[in-house]
Design a binder for this molecule. Structure first.
Ligand code: SF4
Length: 385
C-alpha cells in the first residue's frame, strides 16, 4: 500500500471520531454522518491551527449543514444533463467524465455530495457506456476526468481510462479535476507523473482555497506536475469565514503563481443543500476582484464566476469599469479609480475585425476549390481596419 492510501485509511471518518476529536454531540454527529460522511486524512487534519479556522471549516462537519433543508441536492442540474451514467454533457465541445465517487477529503461545501462517497452513484461498471458516448460524439474534444477525485484511482486504473480516451481521435485535451495536490499531496508521485506525461496534452485543475494550504508538500506536488509538462490551474470557491477577504485571496493567488499554478476561477459558492452557510453576497466577490486586478500580476488574477443555477454554465462577473458610454466615447475607470475617456470609432458595427476574418476565411475556402479564379476574388477592406 502506498503512503497516500495509508493516509486515506487513517482518516477521521466515523461518528466516534467526530465526537472525540471535535466534541460534536453524538446525536448531531450521527445525523451529520448520515447526511454526508466525514473524511479528513491526517495530512489535511494537521493543517488545522485552531477550532473554526479556515481549514477546519472546510472539512469538519457542522450542525449548520443540517439546518439547510430546503436547498437542492443538484443545483447545477448535472444529472439532467447526463445522457449516460458517468457523463455530464453541458457545453458543446466538452464533457465531464465521472470516474470514481471517492476523494482524498470530503469537503463540507461539495456541490456533488449527493454522489461523493457512494460507489453506487458513480460506478466503474458503467464506464463502458461513457466511453461509447464519447466515441460517438465527435464534437467533444475536451474531456474532464472528475468524480470524486480521479487521483483516488490507482495509477494502473487511471492509465487504462486515459489510454482508452487516447484511442478516440477527436479527443484532444484530457483534464484531471483533482484536489489531491492540496488535500493529499503525497498522491503526486514520480510514477504517476511518468505515466501521465505519456498522454499529453494533459492538464490538471486543482483546488486550493486558502494560503495555509500552500505547504512544502503541496509545492513539491505541483512542481512535479509542472516538471512533467502538465499545466496546473486552480479553481477556488469563495466561502464565508474561509477566504472572503481580499488580502487572503491576494496571498493565495500570488502563492499559487509562485508555485507554477495558474489561478483560473474563483467560484461563487453554489446553492447546494447543506452548504448555504458558506455563501457570501455577490458584492464580496466583486470587491475581491477589484482588489486583485491591477494590484497583482494579471497572471495571478482568476475569473470570478457564478455557476448558473439550473445548469446554465459558468457566467463571469466583473466589477464595473465602464462609467458611461455613447456613440462618441466610453468613460472608464482604472484600478486606482482614475477616470479616462476613450474615443469610440465610427463605423458599421457589423463590419468588425472578427467579421472580416471570417469573411476572408470563407473566401479562402472557396478559392481552394477554384484555384484558377484566385485572382478574381476581391477581399473586402474596411475603413477601420
Ligand atoms: S474533492 Fe471535490 S468532489 Fe471531493 S468532496 Fe471535495 S469538492 Fe467534492
Amino acid at each position: 500500500m502506498e503512503l497516500w492510501q495509508e493516509m486515506i485509511r487513517n482518516s477521521v471518518s466515523s461518528v466516534d471520531h467526530l465526537v472525540e476529536k471535535f466534541s460534536i454531540e453524538r446525536e448531531t454527529a450521527e445525523k451529520l454522518d448520515e447526511f454526508f460522511q466525514a473524511r479528513i486524512n491526517p495530512y489535511y487534519l494537521s493543517l488545522i491551527r485552531y477550532p473554526g479556522d479556515p481549514i477546519w471549516l472546510q472539512c469538519v462537519p457542522d450542525i449548520a449543514e443540517l439546518e439547510d433543508i430546503d436547498s437542492q441536492e443538484d443545483p447545477l442540474n448535472e444529472d439532467d444533463m447526463s445522457p449516460v451514467p458517468n457523463i455530464t454533457h453541458r457545453y458543446p465541445d466538452r464533457a465531464l467524465f465521472l470516474v470514481t465517487s471517492q476523494c482524498g477529503l470530503y469537503c463540507r461545501f461539495c456541490t456533488r455530495k449527493r454522489k461523493v462517497g457512494d460507489q453506487s452513484k458513480i460506478s466503474m461498471r458503467t464506464l463502458e457506456s461513457a466511453f461509447q458516448y464519447l466515441e460517438s460524439h465527435p464534437e467533444i474534444n475536451d474531456v474532464i476526468l472528475s468524480g470524486g477525485d480521479p487521483l483516488m484511482l490507482t495509477d494502473n486504473m487511471l492509465e487504462k481510462i486515459i489510454f482508452r480516451l487516447r484511442q478516440i481521435k477527436h479527443i484532444q485535451i484530457i483534464r484531471l479535476g483533482t484536489k489531491m495536490p492540496c488535500v493529499l499531496p503525497h498522491r503526486i508521485t514520480p510514477q504517476l507523473c511518468e505515466m501521465l506525461r505519456k498522454y499529453h496534452p494533459i492538464y490538471v485543475n486543482t483546488h486550493f482555497n486558502h494560503p495555509w494550504e500552500l505547504t512544502d508538500e503541496s509545492k513539491r506536488a505541483c512542481a512535479m506536475l509542472a516538471d512533467a509538462g502538465i499545466p496546473v490551474g486552480n479553481q477556488c470557491v469563495l466561502m464565508k469565514g474561509v477566504n472572503d477577504n481580499a488580502d487572503v485571496m491576494k496571498d493565495l493567488m500570488k502563492g499559487l503563481l509562485a508555485m507554477r499554478v495558474r489561478p483560473y476561477y474563483i467560484y461563487q459558492a453554489d446553492l447546494t443543500k447543506g452548504a448555504n452557510h458558506f455563501r457570501t453576497p455577490l458584492k464580496v466577490g466583486l470587491e475581491i476582484m477589484d482588489k486583485l486586478r491591477g494590484h497583482i500580476s494579471g497572471l495571478a488574477v482568476p475569473h470570478f464566476v457564478v455557476d448558473a443555477p439550473g445548469g446554465g454554465g459558468k457566467i463571469p462577473l466583473l466589477p464595473d469599469y465602464v462609467i458611461s458610454r455613447d456613440d462618441e466615447k466610453i468613460v472608464l475607470r482604472n484600478f486606482k479609480y482614475n477616470i479616462y475617456e476613450y474615443p469610440e470609432i465610427n463605423g458599421d458595427s457589423n463590419s468588425n475585425n472578427a467579421d472580416l476574418f471570417m469573411r476572408r476565411k470563407k473566401i479562402r475556402r472557396r478559392t481552394v476549390n477554384k484555384k484558377d479564379k484566385i485572382r478574381k476574388i476581391n477581399i473586402p477592406v474596411l475603413n477601420n481596419s
